[in-house]
Design a binder for this molecule. Structure first.
Ligand SMILES: [Ca+2]
Ligand SMILES: [Ca+2]
Length: 224
């Protein structure tokens, strides 16, 4: 009877529920797709068998290329010109998890000459023009959820909707002028990261010591 009591006590003290933090992630790439059109990506759901989900983080790494933007000077003085062309790329996942990026191809010319008085002016060609049509733009951003996990739980996939809106930018000083532009393509990678606690039975060192002492006490009592 007493021995059984010691054993029960030791089991209570020697084993406990322990919560270990875990991180698991999945990603998907998309594009290249024409700027202005939508796309989709898919990532794995979080399998509840692994533990209890604590946080969901969505990261979007977006890029743009093959857009063009041209400046043409219309005034009698040279101009300093900084041009950008690209897109606002948005990833929308369940529970209103939204990430917005702005990948832009950019270029700078500190001395675009005064107009050559072409007709019409601007004509977007010639020595008084400056074009950005090479290179790539890139941008990334992340957002997290700490609730609303329902759509992320399971052994299937989560759909992530991608949209893109054409963007251009112009910063100029000095001479006057105008721009024309055309959209390129966008693409990128979405990554979902799940932070969770995994629950499991583990022996604790202090508990194990008590277990040993209890066993020793039981043996001494039997000897008496
Ligand atoms: Ca001109
Ligand atoms: Ca021109």
């Amino acid at each position: 009877m007493r021995k059984a009591l010691y054993f029960a006590l030791a089991m209570c003290l020697g084993w406990s529920l322990s919560a270990n933090a875990g991180v698991i992630s999945d990603d998907d790439t998309f594009g290249l797709t024409a700027v202005g059109t939508a796309d989709t990506a898919f990532v794995d759901q979080f399998n509840p068998a692994l533990g209890t989900l604590q946080q969901v983080t969505l990261t979007l790494e977006a890029n743009t290329q093959n857009g063009t933007i041209t400046w043409d000077t219309t005034g009698d003085t040279s101009a300093d010109v900084q041009l950008g062309v690209g897109a606002q790329v948005t990833a929308t996942a369940p529970s209103t998890l939204v990430v917005v990026t702005l990948p832009m191809q950019t270029g700078h010319n500190s001395n675009v000459p005064a107009t050559d008085n072409e007709t019409p002016d601007p004509d977007f060609t010639g020595n008084d023009s400056f074009t950005v049509d090479t290179g790539a733009g890139s941008d990334d951003d992340s957002r997290s959820l700490i609730s609303g996990f329902g759509p992320y739980l399971g052994t299937g996939q989560v759909q992530i909707d991608l949209t893109s809106a054409f963007k251009q930018s112009l910063i100029s000083s000095g001479g006057s002028g105008d721009t024309e532009s055309s959209a390129g393509q966008y693409g990128g990678t979405v990554t979902i990261e799940y932070v969770y606690t995994e629950t499991q039975l583990v022996p604790e060192p202090a508990g194990l010591m008590l277990l040993g002492l209890a066993g020793l006490a039981a043996r001494r009592r039997r000897r008496k």
